[in-house]
Design a protein around this ligand. Structure first.
Ligand code: CDP
Ligand code: CDP
Length: 432
C-alpha cells in the first residue's frame, strides 16, 4: 500500500501558463492568508541564468545536467517570500532577462534538473504555510494538498499583460514547450479549481480563491482586514448581535459564504430599519452603509452615523456624490451594504431592483454577496404597526463575480440588468 505522509502545514498550489497572473495573485493571496509566497519558476530561472553565465549551451543536456548537479543551490524564506542563491550569488535581478526568458523552458524540461529543483522547493517550505505558484505544483510537487488552483487567461490577454510589463517574452513558445514536455508538463491537476482571469481584476481572482478555500475548509483568519472597527462601530456591532439574539432569535445561514476580505457589495432586500444593523453582523469587519441625508440633521444621529460608516444619500433623484463615495470605499477594499430595491417594502414582498447597484458593479467589478432577510417586515413593518419580537433570519447566497465582459456589454440599460441579476439571486434564496 502506498502511504502519502500528511504534513501539518498548508500548501495552496497555483498553476497556470505564462502571464496568467500566477505571481501577482499568489503574492497577494499569501499576504491575505499570512502564508509565505514561493515562486517555483524562480528556481528554474536561476538555474538557467547560471548555465548561461557559465557559457554552456542550454541544448547540451549532458553539460546542463552536470552543471546543475554540481551547483550549490539554496532556497530560503526571507520576509515571507522565497529567495534563491546559486553558488552563493543572488541572481534575482537577472531572472527576467530576455535570454533567461528565451532559454528557461529548454532547461526546465530536463528530468534531472526538475528532480533537483523539486527537492529544493520541498526542503524550502518544510513546516511553513505557503502559497506556491508554478506549472506542476498541484500535479507533482504537492499532489496531496486539497487546495489546488489552475489560473488561465486568453492568449491575447496574456500577451497584453506581459507587454505591459515591458518584457520581451515569447510566451506562446514557452507555453507550448512547458505543456508538451514529457516530464511534469503543465497540466490541470485533476482536482484543481480552474479560474479564467481574462476579465477579472487581481483582487477579484484572489477573492474567488479565498471564497473557495473557505468552502474547502481552510480557516481564513480575518485579522488582515483593511480596516478595524472603531469603538462606536464595535459597540454597535456587538449590541446588534445581542439584541438580535435575545429578541429576534436572529440567525445567519451560510455565513461561511461571506467574503471577509477585499471589496465586496452585500446586496440585500430591504424590509425594515432593523436590516442595516443585522446585516452588519454578517461581516467580521466594519462595513459601509447608505442612509437618508435627512437623518444627519437629527442632533445625536448626525454625530454618530459617520462613526458607523454611514454615507449620507439625498433621496431626491440620483445622488452622484453618494455613489462616488460608495465607489471609493469599495475601490479601497472595503465592504458596503446596498439595498438594490432602494427603499423598504410596504407589503413584505420583494420589489423591482433600481439601476444604482448595477452602476456601482460596473464601476468597481466588486464581487456581490446576495443576501435575503426574512422576518424583519413582520418585526417592524414600514408604515407603522409597532415592534414585534418574531424570528429574523438572513440567508447568504453564493458570491457573484462579474467580469469585464458582463459590465462592458452594449446591451440597453446594462445597469438595470446587472441590478436585476442580483435581485434574481436574492429572490432565489429560501429559508432552509
Ligand atoms: O512568470 P512566468 O509564468 O512567465 O514564468 P515562471 O513561473 O517564472 O516560470 C519560468 C519557466 O520555468 C516556465 O516557463 C517553465 O518552463 C518553468 N517552470 C516549470 O517548469 N515548473 C514550475 N513549477 C515553474 C516554472
Ligand atoms: O506569474 P505570471 O507570469 O503568471 O503572471 P504575473 O507576472 O503575475 O502577471 C502578469 C501581469 O498581469 C501583471 O502585471 C499583473 O498585474 C497583471 N494581471 C492582471 O492585470 N490581472 C489579473 N487578473 C492578473 C494579473
Amino acid at each position: 500500500m502506498h502511504f502519502i505522509p500528511q504534513s501539518s502545514h498548508r500548501v495552496v498550489a497555483i498553476d497556470g501558463p505564462a502571464a496568467s497572473g500566477k505571481s501577482s495573485v499568489a503574492r497577494k493571496l499569501a499576504q491575505r492568508l499570512g502564508f509565505a509566497y514561493v515562486n517555483s519558476g524562480a528556481i528554474y530561472r536561476a538555474i538557467t541564468w547560471y548555465i548561461l553565465q557559465k557559457g554552456i549551451d542550454t541544448r547540451d543536456v549532458r553539460h546542463v545536467t552536470q552543471a546543475t548537479e554540481s551547483a550549490h543551490i539554496a532556497c530560503s524564506l526571507q520576509n515571507n517570500e522565497s529567495r534563491i542563491f546559486i553558488d552563493d550569488v543572488d541572481p534575482t535581478d537577472y531572472l527576467r532577462d530576455d535570454r533567461v526568458n528565451d532559454s528557461v523552458s529548454q532547461v526546465s524540461r530536463l528530468a534531472r534538473v526538475r528532480e533537483i529543483a523539486v527537492q529544493k522547493m520541498r526542503d524550502c517550505v518544510r513546516n511553513h504555510d505557503v502559497v506556491v505558484e508554478g506549472r506542476d505544483i498541484g500535479s507533482i510537487v504537492f499532489p496531496e494538498t486539497p487546495y489546488k488552483f489552475y489560473i488561465d487567461a486568453s492568449p491575447d490577454v496574456r500577451l497584453r499583460r506581459r507587454a505591459a510589463q515591458g518584457e520581451r517574452d515569447e510566451i506562446k513558445m514557452r507555453d507550448h514547450a512547458d505543456s508538451s514536455r514529457p516530464v511534469s508538463p503543465l497540466v490541470i491537476a485533476q482536482d484543481a479549481h480552474v479560474i479564467d482571469t481574462s476579465h477579472l481584476t487581481l483582487e477579484g481572482v484572489v477573492n474567488q480563491i479565498i471564497a473557495r478555500l473557505k468552502q474547502n475548509g481552510l480557516h481564513v483568519s480575518t485579522c488582515f482586514n483593511v480596516s478595524t472597527m472603531n469603538v462606536y462601530y464595535w459597540l454597535g456591532y456587538h449590541l446588534s448581535r445581542l439584541i438580535g439574539r435575545l429578541f429576534f432569535s436572529f440567525q445567519v445561514i451560510h455565513r461561511e459564504r461571506m467574503i471577509q476580505n477585499g471589496p465586496v457589495i452585500l446586496a440585500m432586500n430591504h424590509q425594515s430599519y432593523l436590516d442595516p444593523p443585522l446585516a452588519g453582523t454578517t461581516c467580521d469587519r466594519p462595513i459601509y452603509f447608505l442612509a437618508r441625508k435627512t437623518l444627519m440633521d437629527i442632533p445625536l444621529l448626525g454625530w454618530l452615523l459617520p462613526k458607523l460608516n454611514v454615507i449620507p444619500v439625498n433621496q431626491e433623484g440620483i445622488d452622484r456624490s453618494a455613489l462616488k463615495a460608495l465607489i471609493r470605499v469599495l475601490k479601497s477594499g472595503n465592504a458596503a451594504l446596498v439595498f438594490p430595491e432602494g427603499a423598504r417594502t410596504l407589503d413584505g414582498n420583494l420589489q423591482p431592483a433600481q439601476r444604482g447597484l448595477g452602476l456601482v458593479i460596473a464601476k468597481t467589478l466588486a464581487p456581490v454577496v446576495p443576501m435575503r432577510i426574512f422576518g424583519a417586515h413582520e418585526a417592524l413593518p414600514r408604515g407603522g404597526g409597532g415592534l414585534h419580537f418574531v424570528p429574523i433570519t438572513i440567508v447568504i447566497g453564493e458570491p457573484i463575480f462579474f467580469t469585464t465582459a458582463d459590465v462592458k456589454s452594449t446591451a440597453k440599460d446594462i445597469y438595470q440588468r446587472l441590478s436585476q441579476r442580483v435581485m434574481d439571486e436574492i429572490a432565489a434564496l429560501r429559508l432552509e
